[in-house]
Ligand binder design. Structure first.
Ligand code: PLP
Length: 370
């Protein structure tokens, strides 16, 4: 929103990086395999509509989201391509889903039967993808008998268009493939029991697409790697070059010299031991710049500067190597000089994964597309 534009802290999103990451993966896909860009959670914090448009220009043929509201946001923005909702939607909304030509995940017989009743007087059919729980333990059918009943329910009714069947792996980003292979075996057993195969049989998130390319699938649900981040963090090396799309930038809004014994921020947890230059940056935990980032370093003029004292709601302080003028750029995530702060580095500091960092940058931070 325009109300967010007055501040100096922003997320810089590189459209080129998104295109680069998509092109690299598209070049590896088999002839019959489509790539759907996963833009749930506001495009992993990058802006769903903007990213969907960039991805569409790069030749992506469809999108995945988690929620009905996320799908409707794309439709309202003029995105006409197929959109698959990966989460379970309240069955009360099947008419909207059908009218908007969205595709929805079916995770249980109970849902399917209720949907059938709700669809009775609809003109449009409901496009469905059946989810198979092959070991993720989250959503989907687990047994042949249930799957068979689901297939019978959808195929004897014009109310449904059986468009896809899919699963999701729990360990595609790990070097030990034992559990992955077990899930794959269960998946193959289940789909072999289908009398009619739908158009899309799909298994691949980014990790599966990157490290299990040999597995036959005709739709890739490409999320984190499109944003240029490695699904495994540092554990596995990506076979394609990934260019991070998001940088986080701010600038010094106040600079001062403090004396030995002076303290910084709430709780006075930082005490200067020397005469020190301190810069204040207008970003805090209300921006998703988490409170436990105390001790993390950011880049000023290519140099590492430590966050000293507690991160506040809207501001935090760093120790500068010398006096810098107000307005000097601070790179919180991204490149400066020859150095770079990565999302993985923050994730390690916070004992989490890169996904959580990017999704956690709040809407208060403007997204600038370059
Ligand atoms: N498919 C499903 C079912 C998912 O839940 C997700 C994301 O969590 C994805 C695909 C995309 O995963 P990734 O971002 O690891 O590519």
């Amino acid at each position: 929103s325009g109300l967010r534009k007055h501040r100096k802290t922003y997320a810089r999103i590189s459209k080129k990086a998104i295109q680069h990451n998509l092109k690299n993966e598209q070049a590896r896909l088999g002839a019959n395999c489509e790539l759907f860009a996963v833009v749930k959670a506001d495009g992993y914090g990058h802006g769903a509509v903007e990213i969907a448009k960039v991805a569409r220009d790069a030749g992506v043929t469809g999108f995945c989201v988690a929620l009905l509201g996320e799908a409707l946001e794309l439709r309202q923005a003029g995105i006409r391509e197929p959109i698959l909702i990966l989460g379970i939607v309240d069955v009360a909304y099947v008419a909207i889903i059908a009218a908007e030509k969205l595709s929805v995940t079916v995770g249980s017989l109970e849902w399917l039967k209720k949907a059938k009743l709700k669809m009775k007087n609809q003109n449009n059919s409901l496009r469905i993808h059946i989810a198979l729980d092959t070991g993720m333990g989250r959503i989907g059918f687990r047994t042949v008998s249930e799957l068979t009943e689901a297939e019978n329910t959808v195929s004897d009714s014009k109310l449904f268009e059986f468009e896809g069947v899919y699963t999701h792996f729990a360990t595609a980003d790990e070097s030990d493939e034992t559990k992955f292979n077990k899930q794959l075996e269960i998946f193959n057993k289940l789909i072999n029991k289908l009398k009619n195969k739908p158009r899309f049989i799909h298994v691949a998130n980014s990790a599966t697409a990157l490290w299990h390319q040999q597995i036959p699938t005709n739709l890739v649900r490409y999320g984190i790697a499109m944003y240029g981040l490695n699904p495994s963090g540092h554990a596995l090396i990506s076979p394609v070059s990934l260019e991070p799309a998001m940088e986080l930038i701010s600038e010094l809004i106040q600079v001062k010299e403090i004396q030995p014994g002076d303290t910084v921020s709430y709780g006075a947890t930082y005490e200067a031991t020397d005469c020190e230059w301190v810069g204040t940056i207008p970003i805090g935990y209300a921006d998703g710049w988490r409170r436990s980032l105390q001790g993390q370093t950011v880049l000023v003029d290519g140099q590492r500067c430590e966050i000293i004292g507690r991160v506040c709601m809207d501001q935090c302080m760093i120790r500068l190597p010398k006096e810098y003028p107000v307005g000097t750029t601070v790179v919180l995530v991204g490149k400066s000089g020859t150095d770079q702060v990565t999302m993985e580095e923050l994730a390690e500091h916070l004992d989490t994964i890169n996904y959580e960092i990017i999704c956690g940058i709040t809407l208060r931070v403007p997204r600038i597309y370059v």
